[in-house]
Each structure stands twice: as C-alpha cells, then as structure tokens.
Ligand binder design. Structure first.
Ligand code: ATP
Length: 265
C-alpha cells in the first residue's frame, strides 16, 4: 500500500513554542485515522499540515506522494477534501445548500454563474442524499442547523472526488441524536472501499465511527501514541493523552470513556 501521508520529524513553531513537536506519522491508502487529543494539543495544526495549507517549520511532509515545498500546492489541494468549522464560516450564508456543494467542483466558495455541468449537479445531489440532506437542497445555507451544516460540509468536501478526506471535529456542537446520526453516516463512509483515505479530528472516543482503523494521540504538540485502534486506543494511552485517569470501554464497535470516580484515582 502506498502512503497517502508521510510526516517525518515535523514541527510547527510559533512564538518560540512548538505547536507540533517532532511528529513522525504515516497514513497508508485506505486507512481511516482518528486524531485524538485535548484542547490546544495541536490537532488542527497537524490537520492543516496534512491539508498542505500549513508548511512546517522543520521536518518533511509528503501528501499523496508529493513533497511539500517541491509541489505546486494548487494542483495538490483539489485532491484533498476538507471539512472544518473554519471553512464553514467562509461559505456564503445566502447561497443554497446545492450551490454550496456544487461550487466545490469549481474550486470556489461562492456561487458565480448559472451554467454548471448537469453531471456535477447530479453528483452534488447524490452526495447530499448520502448525507441525508436531499430535502434541504434549496434551503439557504445560513438557515441550516449545526448538524445540517456539518453534513453539507462533508458532502462539499466529497465533491472534488478527493483521495484524502480531512474532517475537523465533524460532530462538535451536535446533540446526541445528531451525533449518532453523523457517526452512522461516517461509519458507512469509512467502510466503503471506494471512499477516500480519511483523517478525523475529535476530542471524544464516542465519536469514533465503526470502520475507523487507526488512532493518533497528541498532547502539547507531542505524539503520545499512534497505531491500529485495537491495540493503541487503551485506557493507559487515553489517560496519558488527556492528562487524567480515564477508563475506556468498548461495546461492540463503539467506545466510551469516563474519569475514575473520586477517590479511586
Ligand atoms: N498562529 C498561531 N500562533 C500562535 N499560537 C497558535 C497559532 N495557531 C495555533 N496556536 C496555538 O497552538 C496550540 C494548538 O492549536 P490547535 O488549534 O492545533 O489545537 P487543537 O488540538 O486543534 O485544539 P482544540 O481542540 O481546542 O481545537 C493552541 O495552544 C493554539 O492557541
């Protein structure tokens, strides 16, 4: 299997502080990774490096076989799909859900002209349908709930047929029903052999969908552990990652975690 992503000794330093500290990590084709870590750990910074939007201070990065620094990022970026709240904030609130997804095929955030290719429109509708958004195609993006916005963003990220799909906290802000719905849909995507390689950032093990295969844990910019979920996602590693004693439980293909009761630590 070829590498989709390869980081060797990557650091991102700002104001003399390493936000990402000498991380080496590789993602092979078809793998579905979760990046777990507490607030401020460096998860989004790491994802921004993977998306080619952030160049590291030191170390080497290869994305989809191309080395950052010697590739034209404008050719590389359409091969990477990204959904994040930072990107959601840039999308015009007045355009329809369909236009929001469709404009991704043209490398734009805003509606520009009417004559979209019918094939693209069909694809946009199919992705929206897959994310349970077919009833919302004519709604203005700005009127959607948080959960509906997240699902639209994922459909949008899929529109360019990416080889690598990056999801930054896709379940943040969702209620229990919304989270479970999204986890189910992400699980379906993760298990689809034709779906791109995936990397999802989250704070919560409850958001890990069945079908995800690997986890990278990060704390204060440093790698805590990285590897297959089955062997790497343990109470011990999770406690180290979040800096408090945690008990991890697995029920079927889902995970839960909780702190030890007072006095038990
Ligand atoms: N441009 C910057 N200059 C200085 N510090 C920065 C910059 N960008 C991010 N940081 C800091 O780097 C740290 C890591 O940020 P990052 O957004 O990667 O964390 P995160 O793990 O995604 O956090 P969260 O879970 O809260 O979203 C934070 O302490 C943040 O304040």
């Amino acid at each position: 299997m070829s590498d989709v992503l390869e980081l060797v000794d990557v650091s991102v330093v700002r104001d003399r502080r390493a936000l990402v500290d000498q991380i080496s990590w590789s993602v092979a084709e078809g793998e579905r990774w979760v990046i777990l870590g507490p607030n401020g750990a460096g998860k989004t910074t790491l994802l921004n490096v993977a998306s080619s939007y952030l160049f590291p201070t030191s170390g080497t990065v290869q994305v989809l076989g191309e080395k950052l620094g010697s590739v034209d990022v404008f050719e590389l970026r359409p091969r990477i799909g990204m959904a994040s709240s930072a990107l959601t904030d840039k999308l015009p609130k007045s355009q329809t859900v369909l236009e929001t997804v469709l404009t991704a095929a043209y490398g734009m955030t805003a509606h520009w002209h009417e004559d979209y290719d019918p094939v693209d429109e069909e694809r946009a509708r199919a992705f929206l349908d897959r994310l349970g958004m077919s009833e919302f195609t004519d709604r203005r993006f700005g009127t959607l709930s948080e959960g509906e916005r997240k699902r639209t963003q994922i459909a949008r990220a899929m529109m360019t047929d990416p080889e690598l799909l990056l999801l930054d906290e896709p379940a943040a802000g969702l209620d229990l029903g919304g989270r479970e719905d999204l986890v189910r849909r992400l699980g379906r995507l993760a298990r689809d052999p034709y779906a791109p390689s995936m990397i999802m950032v989250t704070h919560h093990v409850e958001e890990i969908a069945p079908g995800f295969t690997h986890v990278l844990m990060i704390r204060q910019g440093k790698l805590v552990a990285a590897g297959p979920l089955d062997t790497t996602l343990t109470s011990r590693n999770l406690s180290k990652c979040f800096g408090l004693p945690l008990v991890l439980e697995r029920r079927g293909e889902r995970w839960t975690a909780a702190g030890l009761p007072l006095g038990a630590a």
